[in-house]
Design a binder for this molecule. Structure first.
Ligand code: CP3
Length: 352
């Protein structure tokens, strides 16, 4: 695996370029967040979670907080995947303790309310945050790479159509199955918006982008090809045209046996694995083709102690001979003791 990135400095980018690193680079999904007291304090100052996302100085500050404690090899822009629907004009709020609430879009009339022309103006604070973070990294964390991100169209559409989180995803799946052409128009809008949004993040200073497809596992195999793989492939292709050599990480959560097709067809440079993916299988079937990232169960990080240490040891052992980025298999849980993250970082650095 040779890549134009092979000679670059930052270990995180070298791993993405296909080179095994002496010790794996690491970062943690949701590394900025409520498990850190300093995050809770900054969030309080901001007012609400959405306000925090829209205040570039404060969003930059919370992005840097985990780096100061743990020295991760990558910073991830502090924002949310639901900024895209919001920037397209859909009403969004985060009710305290209840998660996101949107005005559901379920038909052509709903689609007509979306406004692509307003996207960049509304998302401007996010681009400013990216530029601030990049300047801070260049100053104080020179070996740390900056990850921009967006949700994958399928996962973003799940929230747009359901109007929030859901157990069964009945509305979005019924639209996708019953009227693929109409639903395809929503996916196309989100796909185009995502390319524009991520490209602007790269212009502002993001060095890598990750696509979160958290609800990929809700789709049957044929739907997975059409609504997860296909839009992802298109986004990767368009981004690489605009930004040659840009590394893209895909996270098709709970994709199971669809993972190999996802890797073959989307063109991602790395695949992020959820905790259900068997280590030996991923090491033999995926890692020879591309960098893998993952996949500690966030509840093991919450648990800590011997259970966590054994699981971390197994992951480090399984992926040691190829390109690998250590991460969780999903976001940090807010009750996680910060000391457990210290112990994890020490193990990854070879302290055992
Ligand atoms: O990883 C990071 O540190 C970067 C920031 C980030 C957030 N959300 C901040 C956040 C990222 C990359 C996301 C992605 C995201 N957001 C996903 C994909 C990953 C995943 O978790 O599956 C999804 C599905 C969302 C949508 C979302 N945002 C939900 C469902 C919720 C509510 C659940 C919860 O944990 O409260 C959020 C809120 C959210 N996004 C918080 C944070 C730090 C908590 C908000 C708070 O501070 O109160």
């Amino acid at each position: 695996m040779t890549s134009p990135l092979a000679g670059t400095e930052k270990p995180f980018l070298k791993a993405l370029g296909g080179a095994a690193q002496p010790r794996p680079p690491f970062w943690l999904m949701r590394q900025a967040g409520r498990y850190l007291p300093e995050y809770r304090e900054t969030r309080r100052q901001a007012g609400s979670f959405l306000d925090l996302c829209r205040k570039p100085d404060l969003a930059c500050e919370v992005t840097l907080q985990p780096l100061r404690r743990y020295g991760m090899d990558a910073a991830i822009l502090f924002s949310d995947i639901l900024i895209v629907p919001w920037a397209l004009g859909q009403h969004l709020e985060f009710a305290e303790g209840e998660g996101p609430k949107l005005d559901p879009i379920r038909d052509a009339a709903g689609l007509a309310r979306l406004d692509m022309d307003g996207l960049h103006a509304k998302a401007q604070p996010v681009y400013e945050t990216v530029a601030n973070i990049r300047a801070a990294l260049d100053q104080d964390f020179r070996q740390t790479a900056l990850i921009g991100f967006a949700g994958s169209p399928w996962t973003v559409a799940c929230y747009m159509v359901e109007g929030g989180g859901s157990k069964e995803y009945q509305h979005v799946k019924r639209w996708a199955f019953g009227d693929p052409e109409g639903f395809g128009r929503l996916i196309d809008i989100v796909t185009d918006a995502t390319v524009a949004y991520l490209s602007a993040q790269v212009r502002a200073g993001a060095e890598v982008v990750q696509l979160f497809d958290s609800w990929a596992g809700a789709l049957p195999a044929a739907g997975f090809d059409r609504w997860s793989i296909e839009p992802t492939r298109h986004i990767v292709q368009e981004l690489k045209k605009l930004h040659p050599g840009l590394p893209v990480i895909g996270f098709p959560r709970q994709a199971g046996l669809n993972l190999e097709r996802y890797v073959e067809r989307t063109g991602v440079d790395a695949v992020s694995l959820d905790p259900s993916v068997p280590l030996e299988w991923a090491a033999s079937r995926l890692q020879p083709r591309l960098c893998v990232q993952g996949n500690l169960d966030p509840v093991l990080l919450l648990t800590g102690g011997k259970a966590m240490e054994e699981a971390v040891g197994a992951i480090l052992g399984a992926f040691r001979n190829g390109p690998f980025i250590f991460n969780l298999g999903h976001g940090i849980i807010k009750e996680t003791p910060p000391e457990h993250v210290s112990r994890l970082a020490e193990m990854i650095r070879g302290g055992r």
